[in-house]
Design a protein around this ligand. Structure first.
Ligand SMILES: Cc1cc2nc3c(=O)[nH]c(=O)nc-3n(C[C@H](O)[C@H](O)[C@H](O)COP(=O)(O)OP(=O)(O)OC[C@H]3O[C@@H](n4cnc5c(N)ncnc54)[C@H](O)[C@@H]3O)c2cc1C
Length: 398
């Protein structure tokens, strides 16, 4: 085939995948026409993919937060302080949203041992709120004591992807017992997320994620000197579909290699609102309070406390096993018509209802490790948006 023919074929299939049927008989479904030529079955041809309007002046916010990483994995254990039972539930690294329900189930299981009528939860991030709701569902009256409500917490600054084994532990430190615990947490969470699909505002949804590359895909490898972060996803392979290589010509992406996976996404603004509403509707109370000394917990009216302070456990519980892993998000103005997530040249995006999340992911799991600087880096944001701007400048015109 001549390069002219190739170009024409590419243009043809691209314009079909892109929704451009003019001149080809708009009565035919795009999948029906392109599928055989592309070696894809009709149902696998990507839908129309709209470009992200990636320009630095469309950035409306840059947020930074610290993942609460523990080499051993999250701390879910009971500690008695006088007659107060304190159940810790913190240290979920880059997986707090994903594992929240499963982790809550374990912590609440420990808290409910003596069937308390009322429970205090410290913290109102992803972990505190899901612990509180889980305890309510088991019949306890719950009061959350926290400095901030969910929209002001670090949890609200997360990406919002189903990433249950992201910076969750170090393989050699956590050991095989934690792998079992992790799997149980991941499966429980996944099941409960099912209940939040299809609600108004799409708090949780499935999304296609396209990995793009100019060179063949290789097994992800960490840079030399990286720590041995645990990866357990193989244990739950059955939960999500396999990634699929897609002929680039079936998409408008101007790259040589395209891989598509399907994953769950949390639209954190809507999802947080849904959780807060559920908590209050079930009779939950919120008390704004900042704790400075662990002994203050013994002065609460509730004698069972679930402690979910996230990264702050390092300061106020003196838990130095928590290491900060800095992460930054640059926010592009929302584009509801962009219905996919993307990764390309160490930049990752998610199209959420509250904005397009843009993140630099160079450096793998070590990126931001032991970096507690919670301030925005504009240059990092501009560089990441620049990669997207260049990609979309080569997008075909619709
Ligand atoms: C950039 C980035 C991206 C991420 N992306 C994802 C993702 O895609 N998927 C995923 O699953 N996870 C992700 N995570 C990880 C996830 O955000 C965390 O694991 C999770 O937010 C931890 O929640 P938490 O409730 O433990 O802590 P927090 O959200 O920090 O909540 C702590 C709560 O405790 C309260 N508190 C703290 N100290 C005190 C005190 N002394 N007195 C009173 N109250 C106190 C706070 O006010 C707050 O209410 C990401 C993290 C980052 C930084």
């Amino acid at each position: 085939m001549t390069s002219k023919n190739l170009d024409r074929r590419r243009l043809l299939t691209t314009s079909l995948a892109f929704g451009g049927l003019a001149g080809l008989g708009a009565c035919a479904a795009p999948g029906a026409r392109t599928a055989p030529a592309l070696g894809l079955s009709a149902q696998d041809v990507p839908p129309r993919l709209m470009p992200i309007r990636a320009h630095a002046d469309r950035l409306f916010d840059i947020t930074v937060c610290l993942r609460p990483f523990r080499a051993k994995g999250p701390r879910i254990e009971t500690e008695m302080m006088g007659d107060t039972r304190v159940v810790h539930n913190y240290g979920h690294g880059g997986s707090g949203w994903s594992l929240s329900w499963g982790s809550a189930a374990m912590a609440v299981g420990q808290a409910m041992i003596n069937r308390p009528k009322s429970i205090a939860v410290i913290g109102c991030g992803a972990i505190g709120l899901t612990s509180a709701i889980t305890a309510q569902r088991q019949g306890a009256a719950v009061t959350i004591y926290a400095r901030d409500q969910l929209p002001q917490t670090r949890s609200a600054r997360a990406t919002g992807g189903w990433t249950p084994d992201s910076r969750i532990a170090l393989a050699d430190v956590a050991g095989p017992a934690f792998a079992e615990t992790w799997e149980q947490m991941a499966r429980t969470s996944f099941k409960i997320y099912r209940q939040y699909l299809g609600l108004p505002g799409n708090p949780v949804q499935w999304t296609d994620r396209y990995s793009l590359s100019d060179t063949p895909f290789r097994e992800a490898s960490e840079p030399p000197g990286s720590l041995d972060f645990a990866h357990y996803n193989d244990r739950i392979r059955d939960l999500t579909p396999r990634a699929q290589d897609i002929p680039p010509a079936a998409t408008p992406f101007p790259v040589k290699y395209v891989r598509r996976s399907e994953t769950m996404q949390f639209n954190i603004a809507n999802y947080s609102h849904t959780l807060m509403t559920d908590f209050f509707l079930a009779g939950g109370k919120f008390v704004r309070q900042e704790f400075r000394d662990p002994r203050e917990l013994t002065q609460l009216a509730e004698k069972t406390v679930i402690n979910c302070p996230g990264y702050a456990a390092r300061e106020w519980w003196n838990d130095n096993s928590i290491v900060p892993v800095r992460g930054q998000i640059a926010w592009l103005i929302p584009q509801p018509e962009v219905r996919y997530a993307l990764s390309y040249r160490d930049v990752s995006t998610w199209s959420r209802t509250d904005g397009i999340v843009v993140q630099a992911v160079d450096g793998g799991d070590m990126k931001g490790y032991d970096n507690g600087r919670e301030v925005a880096d504009r240059a990092e944001a501009d560089k990441a948006v620049g990669v997207l701007e260049e990609l979309y400048s080569r997008f075909p015109r619709a």
